[in-house]
Ligand binder design. Structure first.
Ligand code: NAP
Length: 267
């Protein structure tokens, strides 16, 4: 059985579906089990990264775990708590969702410092581990839907810089591969789409798909916790594409245009 944390979120939800489609028994963790519909092969468990007892119950009997943390303020506390629960429960391996650029020093800060601490806790745990460091999710543009519907411009936080925008379905597919296959121990995968795109290019593509004009405006300055990462991207350092998705999945990653076409009704 595989434990998927963050099971109601973007990557967790897709990973649960991918595992069930392969016939792999899944335990999905959420703070509110009513949020997940029953399905064959699926067990839903209540778990909160701030409640160590709930994590131990969730991890007991899990062979492998997908660790997805999204704390309201940057902190490694949730990663450390789940790694600790995994060790105590005797889990075999943990696949951690991290982020591109983690640990790089830039603009007087360390990018993704909380993810770095979480990665370090996992690497030092004695568990088998795999780290996924995706680029910006294509699905972040769903945040634009209200503005697009209102005919308002969408915000560009990185001033026209291109980024290796990745389809979250590809991130989840790599998670499924790492959770079910072999050869992923101690691997760090940097997951990107096939080509770097700017927010302006994403807006143009979405506009073509939706048949309307999508204008772009400058975003307000980011909160201090994200400033180094935004500066790193704005200065072009996230215009990176890798072949890690292709190497793991044996096929090319999806483009932003493909993601947009498949999600046009959400806008
Ligand atoms: N968005 C991007 O462009 C991007 C790019 C690279 C990396 N990432 C990384 O991806 C991760 C987020 O993944 P996502 O977008 O799939 O998540 P998401 O859609 O933001 O969902 C967050 C998930 O975390 C769960 N959660 C939040 N607080 C919790 C708590 N205290 N205890 C237990 N579960 C809790 C939520 O579950 P319930 O509310 O149901 O409990 C939900 O399933 C972050 O680590 C982020 O740094 C994101």
């Amino acid at each position: 059985m595989i434990l998927v944390t963050g099971a109601t979120g973007t990557i967790g939800r897709l990973t649960v579906a991918g595992l069930l489609a392969r016939g792999v028994p899944v335990r999905a963790m959420t703070r509110d089990p009513r949020r997940i519909a029953p399905a064959d092969g699926l067990e839903v468990v209540a778990g909160d990264f701030d409640d160590p007892g709930s994590l131990r119950r969730a991890a007991t009997g899990a062979e492998r775990i997908l660790l997805v943390t999204a704390p309201p303020e940057p902190t490694e506390r949730h990663d450390v708590a789940m790694v600790d629960a995994a060790v105590r429960a005797g889990a075999g391996a943990v696949v951690k969702l991290s982020a591109i650029g983690t640990g790089e020093r830039y603009a007087g800060g360390v990018i993704g410092e909380w993810h770095l601490r979480g990665e370090e806790a996992l690497r030092g745990s004695g568990l088998s581990w795999t780290i996924l460091r995706p680029s910006v999710f294509a699905s972040n543009t769903l945040w634009w839907a209200p503005a697009i519907r209102a005919g308002a411009p969408v915000p560009d936080p990185v001033d026209g810089a291109r980024q290796g925008v990745v389809d979250p379905r590809d991130v989840a597919a790599v998670a499924v591969a790492a959770l079910t296959g072999t050869g992923h121990d101690a691997a760090v995968y940097t997951l990107t789409g096939p080509a770097p795109v700017s927010v302006g290019e994403q807006a143009l593509i979405l506009g073509e798909v939706l048949g309307r004009h999508v204008a772009v405006t400058t975003a307000p300055p980011p909160a201090a916790a994200w400033a180094a990462g935004i500066a790193w991207s704005r200065d072009g350092h996230n215009a990176v594409v890798t072949d890690d998705v292709s190497r793991v999945l044996g096929r090319a990653p999806a483009s932003f245009r493909t993601w947009a076409a498949d999600h046009r009704t959400a806008f």
